[in-house]
Design a protein around this ligand. Structure first.
Ligand SMILES: N[C@@H](CCC(=O)N[C@@H](CS)C(=O)NCC(=O)O)C(=O)O
Length: 113
């Protein structure tokens, strides 16, 4: 799996979850300061995420997952024994999603380093 990221951004959170869960990620840095968005391997990031945001997670079969809150839960669910996310369908999981939604919308969008 490959995580597209940029330093000093919210793409740090899936990297932390992967480390905590013991999941090895390939990392590819995206230059988010310039248009077009070029990755460190010279790829056009618009072909990965047309919205141009990081993070994006590319799976082994080429599927690309977008949106931090979805990527975080996907990674946590790969290692349920890590205890990073309660089981899908549980009330505790909905409460996690509630906090992730609050952070991604109410907090994140008013804070831009
Ligand atoms: N809805 C996206 C937003 C992600 C986002 O805002 N990423 C910022 C970095 S924290 C970004 O890529 N900014 C580049 C840009 O605004 O073009 C998510 O939650 O994953």
């Amino acid at each position: 799996m490959k995580l597209y990221y940029a330093t000093g951004t919210c793409s740090l959170s899936p990297h932390i979850v992967a480390i905590e869960a013991g999941i090895a990620l390939e990392l590819e840095r995206v230059d988010i300061k310039n248009i077009p968005r070029i990755t460190e391997t010279g790829a056009d990031y618009a072909r990965v995420n047309p919205n141009l945001y990081v993070p994006a997670l590319e799976l082994g079969d080429g599927t690309v997952l977008l949106e931090g809150t979805a990527i975080l839960q996907y990674l946590a669910d790969l290692r349920p024994q890590s205890g990073l996310a309660p089981p899908a369908g549980s009330l505790a999981r909905v409460q996690l999603q509630s906090w992730l939604g609050f952070i991604a919308t109410e907090l994140h969008k008013v804070f831009s380093p």
